[in-house]
Design a protein around this ligand. Structure first.
Ligand SMILES: [Zn+2]
Length: 169
């Protein structure tokens, strides 16, 4: 496995003109916001990203990112691993697209006064969006009854508190 570090801030205009690509990693200890909401980021963030100029002259930042994080199951309280992956498609050319008056498949990213974007922050945003709303085992062992009993499951659909009531009995 290659282990090339990707720069945090990049100039997408220059990179797009050269049709550059990155294939490498962000060190996991640089993602403080993601680290805050999980128990642990288990490995460095693998990132592939291509910079290009599309047929309409729009700068395209297209790629994907993946890692694994440890979360606590909200049902049984035990830690487990979630594989996180996100595809993204950004452009800094928001004004240009808006002047075309067309709908777009791109998300917008702002450049700073040096024409650079924070690629690390962009990737971190995408991975945080990829987190499940509720972290729990697919089939949590402590709640087996919930999954095998059609009756409880049925009640849970109509009233989420019915499950809790049944457990108290
Ligand atoms: Zn669980």
């Amino acid at each position: 496995m290659q282990n090339v570090r990707i720069p945090q801030r990049v100039d997408p205009t220059k990179l797009a003109q050269k049709r550059s690509s990155y294939d490498g990693v962000f060190a996991k200890d640089h993602l403080a916001r993601l680290a805050d909401v999980v128990v642990e980021i288990e490995r460095d963030i693998e990132v592939k990203v291509d910079f290009d100029v599309d047929l309409q002259g729009i700068i395209a930042i297209v790629g994907n990112a993946s890692t694994a994080v440890k979360c606590v199951c909200e049902r049984c309280g035990k830690p487990f691993t979630i594989d996180l992956a996100a595809d993204f498609k950004y452009t800094p050319d928001q004004k240009k697209i808006e002047s075309f008056g067309i709908s777009t498949e791109y998300d917008f990213v702002d450049t700073d006064e040096f024409g650079e974007i924070d690629l690390l922050a962009l990737v971190e945003d995408e991975l945080m969006l990829a987190l499940p709303l509720v972290s729990k085992h697919d089939k949590c062992p402590d709640f087996e009854g919930y999954w095998v009993s059609g009756k409880i499951e049925e009640e849970a659909k109509t009233n989420p508190f019915a499950v809790l009531k049944n457990l108290k009995k």
